[in-house]
Design a protein around this ligand. Structure first.
Ligand code: NAP
Length: 532
C-alpha cells in the first residue's frame, strides 16, 4: 500500500526530506526548478509510514485507500510518473545552512508578504542572529494566498500555517500597511538594512494587442480574481454578468479558476471566503457557458492535470472538449499523456440537458474583441490557411494571458520580461545588497511551493555577499526605522494587528456560517486592527 499525492500539491516539497525511503519525485537542489506540475510518490517504494502526509502543508497527500471520490485517478498518475522516470537515488546536495551570526550582524528587509516573501523570511530567520523587517503595502499578509488562490481551494490557503513559526519569531518585525515608494524609498531601506529582498510579485496583466481591448465588458482575469477575492485594489470593479456566455482567453490555471468561480453553485461559493460583493453579484449571474480559448493545441494546454481533472467533478457543469487533436505523440511526457487522456474522456461524455458548460476550444487565436459600445464577442482565427475566422458571441471577455511585474523605483527593470534582471536572485546593475525572489525574479510561473526553492536560491546569494564582506556595515538601531515611519505619518501594522483582523474576519464568518467574511477596504482592515 502507498500514499498518493493529489490535486492540491503546491510543490513546496516539505514532504521530500521527511520520506525515509526517498521515494518522492522530482526533486531539485536549492534554486533548481523541476519541470513537472506536481510531485509524485513511487508506489513500489513507499513504505506506508505517513510522514509525507503529516508534513504536507495543504492536505494533498492521502493513504491509497482513503483517496477522496473524484481524486482516484491520482493513484494512477503517481504510478505512471515512475514508469517513465524510474526512481533513482537523489544526489542533489541539500541547501547549505549558514552558521549563526552575532545578533543583528545581518539585517534584511523583505518587501512583499506573499508566499515568495514569507519563504525568504522563514529561511533567513532559520539562522540565529539574523534580523528581518517584513514590509507589505496592505494591512494583510500572504499576497496571492489571500487574493489569488481561488476561494473554492481553501485547502491551499492552509499553506500559511507553514509561516507561523517565522511570524512569531522575535527577530522579525512586520510593517504591514506600509507602501515602499510612498513611505520608504529603496535608499531608506538600504540605510536601515544590509540587504533588501523584493518579493513584490507580478500584479499587472499582459495585454493582447488586438482591436477592441478597450471595450467595456473586456477585463483582465487578474482583476476579476482580485475582485472575487476582495483585494482592496479591485473591489470597486463592476462586472456585467447579465449575458449567458463569457469567453476566457488563455487556458492556464487562472483561466480554470475563473471558469469554475463563474459557474459554481451558490452552495459551493457560500462555503468559501469569497468576498461578499462577489457572492452577491454571482448569485444574480446569468452566465451558463464559459468558453476557454487557446491559441495552441491541447498538447500545449497551460492548465495542470489536477485542475483539469477536477473540473469533471463539478456538479451540474458539463466539460466540453472541442478538438480532434487528442492523441499522444511518442515523446510526450506523462503529464501531457494524462492531460490528453482526460480530454478524450471529456470529449466522449454526453452533454446533460440543463447543465452549465465549460467549453475548451483549441487553435483559436483571438484577433479582435467585437462590439459597438460593449463587448459582443471575440473573433478568432483558427490558425489554418483555408479556415474562416469565427465570431464567438459573448457579453463578457476575460483575458487570462499571464501577469507582468512592475518596475520598482531605483531598481533596474527589464520591460520586455516584466522582471528585475538578476543572477539567481542578486539584482544585476543595482546597488549591492539588492535582491529579488518570486515572480518579480523569475516571471509569473510556478505554484506556491515553487517559491521555496526560489527563495533558497536568493537567500544563498545574500549569504555569499555577506561572507564576501560586500554588504556588511554598521547600521542605525532598529528603532530608528520606526521613528522614520512615525515622522512620515505611516501607520504600520504588525503581526498581532493582522491576528486581530484575522479573528474579526473569522468571527464575521461564523455568524454567516462561512469560513471567513473578509474586510475588503484598507480603512476597514485598519479599523478592525485598531479596535483591539
Ligand atoms: P499561464 O499558465 O502562463 O497561462 C497563460 C495562458 O495565456 C496560456 O494559455 C497562453 O497560451 C495564453 N496566452 C498568452 N498570451 C496570449 C495571447 N496573446 N493570445 C492568446 N493566448 C495567450 O498563466 P496563468 O494562468 O496566469 O498562471 C500563472 C501561474 O500561476 C502558472 O504557473 C499557474 O500554474 C499558476 N497558478 C496555479 C494555480 C493552481 O495551482 N491551482 C492557480 C492559479 C495560477 P500559450 O501557452 O500559447 O502562450
Amino acid at each position: 500500500m502507498a500514499y498518493v499525492i493529489t490535486q492540491n500539491c503546491c510543490k513546496d516539497a516539505s514532504c521530500v526530506p521527511v520520506c525515509p525511503v526517498d521515494c518522492i519525485r522530482p526533486v531539485g537542489g536549492a534554486g533548481s526548478f523541476t519541470g513537472t506540475e506536481m510531485l509524485y510518490i513511487d508506489p513500489n517504494s513507499c513504505i506506508d509510514c505517513g510522514a509525507c502526509q503529516e508534513e504536507c502543508p495543504v492536505g494533498a497527500v492521502y493513504y491509497e485507500d482513503d483517496v477522496p471520490a473524484g481524486l482516484e485517478f491520482f493513484r494512477d498518475i503517481n504510478a505512471r510518473y515512475f514508469e517513465q522516470h524510474p526512481l533513482e537515488p537523489d544526489h542533489s546536495a541539500p541547501p547549505a545552512e549558514h552558521g549563526r551570526v552575532s545578533p543583528g550582524a545581518l539585517r534584511v528587509a523583505v518587501v512583499g508578504a506573499g508566499p515568495a516573501g514569507c519563504y525568504a523570511v522563514d529561511q533567513l530567520l532559520g539562522v540565529d542572529g539574523v534580523e528581518v523587517s517584513l514590509i507589505d503595502r496592505l494591512p494583510t499578509p500572504f499576497g496571492l494566498v489571500r487574493a489569488g488562490v481561488a476561494p473554492d481551494h481553501q485547502h491551499t490557503k492552509s499553506i500559511t500555517k507553514l509561516f507561523e513559526r517565522a511570524f512569531t519569531n522575535e527577530r522579525l518585525r512586520c510593517y504591514f500597511n506600509v507602501e515602499v515608494g510612498r513611505y520608504l524609498t529603496h535608499v531608506d531601506l538600504l540605510a536601515h538594512h544590509h540587504a533588501v529582498i523584493y518579493a513584490v510579485g507580478a500584479s499587472r496583466s499582459r495585454s493582447l494587442g488586438i482591436p477592441g481591448e478597450e471595450l467595456p465588458g473586456h477585463h483582465a482575469a487578474s482583476e476579476f480574481v482580485g475582485w472575487y477575492n476582495g483585494h482592496p485594489d479591485h473591489v470597486d470593479w463592476a462586472y456585467d454578468l447579465s449575458g449567458e456566455r463569457a469567453v476566457i482567453i488563455g487556458n492556464g490555471n487562472v483561466a480554470l479558476d475563473v471558469a469554475r468561480v463563474l459557474l459554481a453553485s451558490m452552495e459551493t461559493l457560500a462555503d468559501t471566503d469569497i468576498a461578499e460583493h462577489a457572492l452577491n453579484a454571482l448569485e444574480n449571474s446569468n452566465i451558463r457557458e464559459v468558453v476557454v480559448l487557446a491559441r495552441r493545441g491541447p498538447r500545449h494546454a497551460a492548465f495542470s492535470i489536477g485542475e483539469f481533472l477536477a473540473l469533471g467533478a463539478l456538479p451540474d457543469v458539463d466539460i466540453i472538449v472541442a478538438s480532434d487533436d487528442l492523441e499522444p505523440e511518442p515523446d510526450d511526457d506523462v503529464e501531457t499523456i494524462v492531460k490528453l487522456e482526460v480530454a478524450r474522456d471529456y470529449a466522449q461524455r454526453p452533454a446533460t440537458p440543463g447543465n452549465k458548460r465549460i467549453v475548451f476550444r483549441f487553435h483559436a487565436t483571438p484577433t479582435e474583441i467585437v462590439g459597438d459600445s460593449h463587448v459582443e464577442g471575440v473573433r478568432v482565427s483558427p490558425g489554418m490557411p483555408d479556415a474562416a475566422a469565427e465570431l464567438i458571441e459573448a457579453s463578457m471577455v476575460l483575458r487570462s494571458t499571464g501577469y507582468r511585474g512592475s518596475a520598482i523605483a531605483d531598481v533596474p527593470f527589464d520591460d520586455a520580461s516584466g522582471t528585475v534582471p538578476n543572477d539567481r536572485g542578486r539584482v544585476i546593475g543595482g546597488v549591492p545588497g539588492t535582491y529579488v525572489t518570486g515572480w518579480i525574479k523569475r516571471g509569473p510561473r510556478g505554484v506556491i511551493g515553487t517559491n521555496r526553492t526560489c527563495a533558497e536560491q536568493t537567500v544563498a546569494r545574500v549569504w555569499e555577499d555577506f561572507d564576501a564582506n560586500v554588504i556588511q556595515r554598521r547600521l542605525p538601531e532598529r528603532a530608528d526605522l520606526d521613528a522614520l515611519l512615525a515622522d512620515r505619518a505611516a501607520g504600520p501594522l504588525g503581526w498581532q494587528d493582522w491576528r486581530t483582523i484575522d479573528t474579526a474576519e473569522r468571527d464575521r464568518g461564523r455568524q454567516a456560517s462561512r469560513p471567513r467574511v473578509k474586510f475588503v477596504a484598507v480603512d476597514e482592515m485598519v479599523a478592525a486592527a485598531r479596535k483591539s
